[in-house]
Write a protein that binds this ligand. Structure first.
Ligand code: FAD
Length: 368
């Protein structure tokens, strides 16, 4: 008999598990509270682990066409001196691709459509039952063999189960936005590079996404209400990075400011329910792996449960075998966030930081 999953949240985690289960013969329905399917947050980094998942989901070709692979990753200080330089690619065991979130999301939605995933918008999940059901705000109960809580960092599924994460907030936040990209935007270096510009108090991560769009992630202390204001205070940011003034002036009224946190749960599974993505393991963006881990866990859960006679045990086995890598990645991301906030730091892409990027996620062809 065909088995069925009900999934809360059509983010990167929810879409991944839905597609992967459909590919394995299950039916899958995703409830999305928003009225429309959209990805927020401007740009995103996807590493080799995420690309492997996307290939398995059938979204890889759509993703790489229209994404950007930077020749290098630079760190620069407030005097615009280069303080670090790294190259990713086959020689490092991982590519580092950058793209707009909407580009990635669109490719995943197309894969979901091809796989026959059902997505219901304006459907807000309010609770879940470990016996195997979701309840939506209209009072409907949706029974399932497996229920997935992929409803993000403020997860209602998690709350309804009484699961309380240990949350470590960060004192830094980020304004994220896209601006038009122009050729030779950075006459002092290679404009195709990803560049982390640091001043004593601020950071601008300059991220080409494609030929025409540039993602800026502008970090400042959460307590600095001027620097974190929307609309962006171009005067403050251009004073910190005068050599980026021409780009900062393109921002206009747009932008979105978010803080971030690490949240740790004792258990990701209860009965027939599993939590994945930010509902289970939110992390600071210092390694660019939050969505990467969400996608790995979305695929691996489908791989673990698809043929299991005892789904409850399979979920628990999944957590046991897969969780350590996410815990490790969260831990490093948290430590980087704590030590880099507001300092003249350089990300250190050592083996520990790149462990998730190098991973062959369970359920991919490569891992078979
Ligand atoms: P979400 O993306 O939050 O999706 C949850 C979905 O559930 C949403 O569509 C929401 O509308 C819906 N929803 C919420 N509540 C309900 C409900 N009650 N009922 C139904 N639907 C509901 N990760 C990377 O891999 N690379 C990066 O470069 C990167 N950069 C980042 C930069 C910043 C500043 C931040 C804050 C995060 C970054 N991340 C990055 C992390 C990444 O964005 C998240 O880990 C990822 O989006 C989590 O996906 P998700 O599907 O779990 O949650």
């Amino acid at each position: 008999m065909t088995r069925h999953a009900e999934i809360a949240g059509a983010g990167f985690a929810g879409l991944t598990v839905a597609i992967a289960l459909r590919q394995r013969g299950w039916t899958a329905r995703v409830h999305e509270s928003s009225p429309e399917l959209r990805a927020f947050g401007a740009g995103i980094f996807i590493w080799e682990n995420g690309l492997r998942v996307l290939r398995t989901l059938g979204a890889y070709e759509d993703v790489i066409h229209g994404a950007h692979e930077a020749p290098g990753y630079e760190g620069r200080n407030a005097d615009n001196e280069r303080i670090s330089f790294e190259v990713f690619g086959p020689q490092r065991g991982t590519r580092m691709l950058t793209m707009t979130r909407q580009h990635l999301y669109k490719a995943m939605l197309a894969a979901a459509d091809r796989a026959g995933v059902e997505i219901v918008t304006r459907s807000e999940v309010v609770s879940a039952d470990p016996q195997g059901s979701l309840t939506t705000s209209d009072g409907r109960v949706w029974p399932a063999d497996v229920v997935i809580g992929a409803d993000g960092v403020t997860s209602k599924v998690r709350k309804s189960l009484g699961l309380i994460p240990v949350v470590t907030p960060c004192d830094f936040g980020v304004i994220r936005l896209l601006v038009p990209r122009e050729k030779n935007d950075l006459p002092f270096t290679e404009s195709d590079n990803v560049i982390n510009f640091w001043s004593p108090n601020f950071r601008i991560l300059y991220v080409p996404c494609n030929e025409n769009e540039l993602y800026l992630a502008m970090g400042a202390r959460d307590s600095d209400k001027s620097a974190t204001a929307i609309p962006v205070r171009a005067d403050i940011w251009a004073a910190a990075f005068p050599f980026l003034k021409h780009i900062i002036q393109r921002i206009g009224q747009q932008g979105r400011y978010d803080t971030y946190e690490t949240s740790l749960l004792d258990h990701w599974t209860i009965g027939r329910i599993a939590l994945i993505g930010d509902s289970a393991h939110a992390m600071p963006p210092t390694l660019g792996q939050g969505a990467g881990c969400a996608m790995m866990n979305g695929l691996s859960i489908a791989h673990h449960i698809c043929n299991a006679d005892d789904v409850t045990k399979a979920l628990s086995d999944w957590e046991h075998s897969e969780r350590e890598l996410t815990d490790h990645t969260q831990d490093i991301a948290k430590r980087y966030a704590a030590t880099h906030a507001g300092r003249n730091g350089v990300s250190k892409w050592d083996d520990a930081a790149l462990r998730a990027a190098h991973h062959l996620p369970s359920g991919t062809v490569e891992a078979a």
